[in-house]
Design a protein around this ligand. Sequence first.
Ligand code: FES
Length: 166
Amino acid sequence: MSRVTIAGVTEVLDFPAGLLALGARDATYRTALDADELPAGAMRRVSFGDLDVLLAHTDRGIVAIDDRCPHMSAPLSIGDLVGCVVACPLHSGRFDLSTGEPVQMPTTGGLWPDGHYEPVWTPPGREEKPDPPGKKADARRLTRVRRLRYYPVRVVGGMIEVAIPG
Ligand code: FES
């Protein structure tokens, strides 16, 4: 993992290879936001047609991903950003924007990206609650949290640009 530095300032996070968003490889860069509107620690949603993109200014640079949690699609832009980790407002899943990996499973439980199962979260000191049988429980159990997918970002003339497919 490395950082891209422009004029001595860390600007853009160099995201992991293999986690590029579908169609973003040869996509055209489009103006997203004035860089002044995204100070360190901030997150913003920017929409291009029906594609909602999250811009996050992490402690390792700016990054762009879908503004949809890789669990059940809640908007991460209204979650919390601490360092390089974004917390989802819906089921408390936490995702590392420098690696694309979940670092805390949603409280609903389910499957990690590699397919291993995590049970429903239980408060410390309490007994594990058995999930009642049925389709809702099956859906929770079989929902796989994906790795994040990234859109290339650059900063040109003080404007943040994102490579958007289509
Ligand atoms: S939708 Fe984000 S943790 Fe469930």
